[in-house]
Design a protein around this ligand. Structure first.
Ligand code: NAD
Length: 496
């Protein structure tokens, strides 16, 4: 680890508001000059971004350590390596992604060119989040660069050291006119949003997502909103409980629960709950020792507001394990809550911390009803190996069929049953978080968990307007074949 040349608690602008109008105008002029349309220019900028990640990795880790007390291994897996692999994937595919698509043609257009161009939108705004403050800011930036946009980058002020790293180091590697970084908090973001952008990409809460959407609406600016919510995890008695406990606790405890796709709560029977809690206790002790506060591997809660909010949530239900906390370090022990009721405070908001409530349901059918009575989650986790029978989750009564939304349906397995009868941004079976690392899968929410998606080619597509183009020539055969459209009209001309 290296020392940060800075260590700050706050990155609000000290009383002097940046002139955002000027920043946007400069970027727009750069976009209008056409330089980002050049694919070699984009490639060079992406190579520079990769160079930044390679050369400054120790500083990136130091910034993450300062903000979240993130262990370097965790930073490597979920921030720096993630970012590097993303750029490598873009660089490898860029030439094929930028080529216009040639969709199928019908007989009518046999002699024409039918094309879909990938047009950059123009000046994009990327508003980053604090929980993975480098990855969640710079991943969409790379997609926007690849697609040929200029980008105004606003890291989250809630992770001030990571924001300072971005604002100090990005300009040393990237074109300053095309990709300026602006800093600040709520007042600055409010001011920034008064400007007209051609695309806005926001990662953060559903509440602020609505504010962003309303601001974008003024200029009819298209948006991607990567939001949050409560992602459920259904576990049935066919799951391998020791492995399930490890995978679920890993998804919950990495970054100390401050992960948008962390399993927020568990839905399972009492029988599964008892086994799960025993295995989870063993797992926590194995990973963090008897006193997790002493472990170097557990992050801290980002700030006092979030810490106090989480301490309040510990009062829901009964503590099955954990429950200790220390305000001086913003430490909260990995905690599992049982006897939780659906209207307890811990079930009313996204937890975003190391607290895992369990709600008892007797079947996958009950789980579906519970999930569908709430906002659409970012992910649905299913832990089950049941491929053939659902007798176990419908009380052994309606073998081979289940009643969902008043319709009797046939289902061959639990996974299909849950996937087809719920709506979520994504689904991940017998694993947590890893679906977000599959480059060939779009990542994003639905309903209150967000709109739009990115990662890999989906990121490039997000920042590209699909411009359709029909191109004809002037040859005589084409003119003859399409001449039936000209007046004077007659049935003879249009009959085939
Ligand atoms: P937040 O929505 O509270 O804040 C995001 C940013 O919005 C802040 O940095 C601030 O500058 C700005 N902001 C705050 N109030 C504003 C206002 N009134 N007007 C204009 N701008 C304002 O989000 P957060 O606390 O940074 O992040 C936590 C949330 O983000 C969680 O809900 C989490 O699930 C979600 N999240 C989603 C993803 C995803 O990929 N879907 C990833 C990470 C986090």
């Amino acid at each position: 680890a290296v020392d940060l040349p800075f260590r700050i608690d706050n990155i609000q602008n000290s009383g002097t508001m940046t002139n955002f109008e000027e920043v946007v105008q400069r970027s727009r002029a750069a976009f209008n000059s056409g330089k980002t349309r050049n694919v070699n220019f984009r490639r060079h900028q992406l190579e520079q971004l990769l160079k930044l990640y390679e050369e400054q990795e120790p500083l990136m880790m130091a910034a993450l350590e300062a903000d979240l007390r993130k262990h370097t291994q965790e930073s490597k897996i979920l921030e720096t390596e993630f970012l590097k692999n993303d750029i490598r994937n873009i660089l490898y595919n860029l030439d094929s992604w930028v080529k216009p698509d040639k969709p199928e043609k019908t007989f009518v257009n046999m002699l024409d060119d039918v094309l879909i161009y990938k047009d950059p939108y123009g000046v994009a705004l990327v508003l980053g989040a604090w929980n993975y403050p480098l990855q969640l800011t710079l991943l969409p930036v790379a997609s926007a660069i690849a697609a040929g946009n200029c980008v105004i980058i606003k890291p989250s002020e809630v992770a001030p050291n990571s924001a300072k790293f971005i604002s100090e180091f990005l300009p040393k590697y990237l074109d300053n006119e095309c990709y300026p970084v602006v800093c600040g908090g709520v007042a600055e973001t409010t001011e920034l949003l008064k400007q007209q952008f051609d695309y806005i990409f926001f990662t953060g809460s559903t509440h602020i997502g609505k504010i962003i959407h309303a601001a974008a609406n003024k200029h009819l600016t298209p948006v991607t909103l990567e939001l949050g919510g409560k992602s459920p995890c259904y576990i049935d008695n066919t799951a391998d409980i020791p492995k399930t406990a490890k995978r679920v606790m890993w998804g919950k405890l990495i970054n100390n629960g401050q992960t948008c796709i962390a399993p927020d709560y568990i839905l399972c029977s009492k029988e599964v709950q008892n086994k799960f809690v025993e295995e989870a206790k063993k797992t926590i002790a194995e990973w963090y020792g008897q006193n997790p506060q002493e472990s170097p591997d557990l992050c801290r809660i980002i700030n006092n507001n979030h810490f106090q909010r989480l301490v309040g949530l510990l009062k829901s239900g009964t503590i099955a394990t954990g429950g200790r906390y220390d305000a001086s370090e913003r430490y909260i022990e990995p905690t599992i809550l049982i006897d939780v009721k659906p209207d307890d405070p811990v079930m009313k908001e996204e937890i975003f911390g190391p607290i895992l409530p369990i709600i008892n349901v007797e079947s996958a059918f009950d789980a579906i009803k519970f999930i569908n009575a709430r906002e659409k989650p970012l992910v649905l986790y299913i832990c089950s190996t049941d491929q053939h029978t659902q007798d176990c989750f419908i009380h052994g009564t309606m073998s081979g069929s289940v009643c969902v939304n008043d319709t009797i349906m046939q289902y061959a397995d639990t996974r299909k049953l849950l996937v087809e009868n719920t709506s979520s941004g994504g689904v991940c079976v017998n694993e947590t978080l890893f679906h977000a690392g599959v480059e060939s899968l779009p990542f994003g929410g639905v309903g209150m968990s967000g709109m739009g998606s990115y990662h890999g080619k989906y990121g490039f597509d997000t920042f590209s307007h699909k411009k359709s183009c029909l191109a004809k020539n002037f040859n005589s055969l084409g003119e003859f074949l399409s001449s039936g459209r000209y007046p004077p009209y007659s049935d003879r001309k249009t009959s085939v």
